[in-house]
Design a protein around this ligand. Structure first.
Ligand code: ADP
Ligand code: ADP
Ligand code: ZN
Length: 240
């Protein structure tokens, strides 16, 4: 059967994507405070390497919007900037990483966020024999993160992140990627942001030491421009 031009382009792009890392599987975790750029970079790397971005925040927001049982339970914690219970989050990840699109790897954005989650995850991937290749920690100051979150807007449809000042869409209020409507997350108001940062410091930051001890940690300066960080990350990932 003759292969049409569109399929050929898809195939070529797939081969290009896999070439850089010799067709190996790539599994990575993003660490960093809220607003450090995890979602922005994870989304770009997902396209670059052809592996899914798994954002527990996006999965939870979808559940809240659809008023599922999980969404109804999670909503209050999310609105208040508090963490959703470990059991719920571990359940989400356990179901998600066994889906077929994760066969060549995945990018975790926003998980794990507690030591309990990290330990359960280690057990899970140990049993399934799917080791993590690298943990990328984006380093950004607290004040910068507050500025970023207070100006963040997100596409309702494709979840692409923008920033009014640092990463504006081509047309105000409209997603440059899909034309969807942009909105400001209610938990990105300054008082909730400060609470999220406090929880990050107390509960999530210890994961940096946890993964450092395992020899998996790579710290990246998250204050550079989006494109520069992306290039640096691609370099790191192609080198592992
Ligand atoms: P951010 O943009 O700050 O990184 P997310 O979109 O990842 O935020 O998360 C939004 C909210 O969803 C969190 O404040 C928390 O309530 C909940 N959440 C997301 N991931 C987790 C997780 N791994 N553990 C507990 N709660 C989570
Ligand atoms: P996280 O997923 O870690 O919460 P995001 O990727 O959503 O963070 O980024 C938070 C906000 O900061 C968004 O509005 C995004 O457009 C902007 N942003 C992300 N990376 C950078 C960067 N390197 N420089 C300036 N602004 C950035
Ligand atoms: Zn969009």
């Amino acid at each position: 059967m003759p292969i049409n031009k569109a399929s050929l382009l898809v195939l070529e792009s797939f081969v290009r994507q896999r070439e850089g890392k010799g067709g190996r599987k790539l599994r990575l975790i993003f660490l960093g405070p809220p607003g450090s750029g995890k979602g922005t970079q994870a989304s770009r790397l997902s396209q670059r390497f052809g592996i899914p971005q798994i954002s527990t925040g996006d999965i939870l927001r979808e559940a809240v919007a659809n008023k599922t049982e999980m969404g109804i339970k999670a909503k209050e914690s999310m609105d208040n900037g508090e963490l959703v219970s470990d059991d719920v989050i571990i359940g989400i990840i356990c179901d998600r990483i066994v889906q077929t699109d994760c066969e060549n790897g995945f990018i975790l954005d926003g998980f794990p966020r507690t030591i309990v989650q990290a330990e359960s995850f280690d057990k899970m991937i140990g049993e399934k024999n799917i080791p993590i290749d690298i943990v990328l920690s984006l380093d950004v100051s607290e004040e910068m993160v507050v500025r970023r979150l207070c100006g963040r807007t997100v596409c309702k449809e494709c979840k692409t992140n923008y920033h009014l000042e640092f990463n504006p869409p081509k047309k105000k209020g409209v997603c440059s990627n899909c034309g969807g409507k942009l909105y400001h997350r209610p938990d990105d108001e300054e008082d909730v942001v400060r609470r999220r940062l406090k929880i990050y410091k107390e509960t999530t930051e210890p994961l940096i030491g946890y993964y450092q001890q395992k020899g998996l940690l790579s710290v990246i300066d998250g204050t550079n421009e989006i494109e520069n960080i992306f290039k640096q990350l691609v370099g790191v990932l192609e080198g592992i």
